[in-house]
Design a binder for this molecule. Structure first.
Ligand SMILES: [Zn+2]
Length: 52
C-alpha cells in the first residue's frame, strides 16, 4: 500500500495500491492538506509504503 501522510496533522491524504509520483498524487489537492491546510510540497510530504 502506497500512502501519503500529512507531516503536520498525520492525516492520510492519498492511498493506493500502486506507487505513484508524489507530484501526480498531490496535484488534485493543489499540494495542500485537505484536513489542516498545510502546504505539501512533494519533497516534504511523508510517504509510507506498507507491504500488502
Ligand atoms: Zn494536515
Amino acid at each position: 500500500m502506497f500512502r501519503i501522510v500529512c507531516p503536520r496533522c498525520g492525516a492520510v491524504i492519498y492511498e493506493s495500491y500502486e506507487e505513484r509520483s508524489l507530484t501526480l498524487a498531490l496535484r488534485p489537492f493543489n499540494y495542500t492538506c485537505p484536513h489542516c491546510g498545510a502546504r505539501l510540497s512533494p519533497r516534504e510530504a511523508r510517504v509510507r509504503i506498507i507491504p500488502a
